[in-house]
Ligand binder design. Sequence first.
Ligand SMILES: Nc1ncnc2c1ncn2[C@@H]1O[C@H](COP(=O)(O)OP(=O)(O)OP(=O)(O)O)[C@@H](O)[C@H]1O
Length: 238
Amino acid sequence: MATRPAGDVVTATAVRRAFGETAVLDGVDLTIGAGEVVALLGGSGSGKTTLLRILAGLDPDATGDWRVRGSLAVVFQEHRLLPWKRVSDNVALGVAGPDVRRRTAAALAEVGLAGRERAWPAELSGGQSQRVAVARALVREPDLLLLDEPFGSLDALTRLRMQALFGRLRAEHGFAALLVTHDVEEALLLADRTLVLDGGRIVDDAPVPLAHPRAPDDPGFGTLRRHLLDRLGVPAAA
Ligand SMILES: Nc1ncnc2c1ncn2[C@@H]1O[C@H](COP(=O)(O)OP(=O)(O)OP(=O)(O)O)[C@@H](O)[C@H]1O
């Protein structure tokens, strides 16, 4: 495992972002510790992607203070592979060093795509393409992984496999992550802590003190699920 910075990898205070007159984020405070996986939940349009883009350095118009320590990689909902580049070239894009080829092959093997270096993106399924996107992030050996609904476009079975893969990679590499998701179960399966964004602020910040592997039918899991659904304004089923 790579040597990681100690302490927090993300510190953010009073982050604000408005589009026109509307403040989507209006005073967000956030810390993510080294190696900590934090799930970010919130209703549609609550500003989750906006916050992730700010932390990724993709939004020059936000205000406030934020800092990311260490290296960063992003995985988006859509894989964003370049169709005219082979899988290995997509993974290695922008990565320098004498051993890029070896690292690329190792990252592809880690996501279950050993030997597919020379494939074209068009030859891959949706799940395989998203595995390549994860390999592209891994090859950067990130201290912080920012994931925006990374499994949201996958079918249910592939999604479960990708969640399991994420858990293994996290245990192996020890990166910190901010995982934007709509899925309360996904948040509780994968995260050490959950945040709920509403009205431009983080309105709930709760640890997930459950041992791995986690199971949705576990009573503790159910209690946390109910808590999060309450905070998200989802009424209990009759
Ligand atoms: N470039 C932009 N210009 C104008 N408005 C924007 C822009 N980007 C985001 N918004 C608005 O900001 C709000 C928050 O968007 P954002 O994509 O961050 O929400 P989200 O919580 O990720 O939503 P979802 O869960 O539906 O993906 C939305 O109302 C959106 O329309």
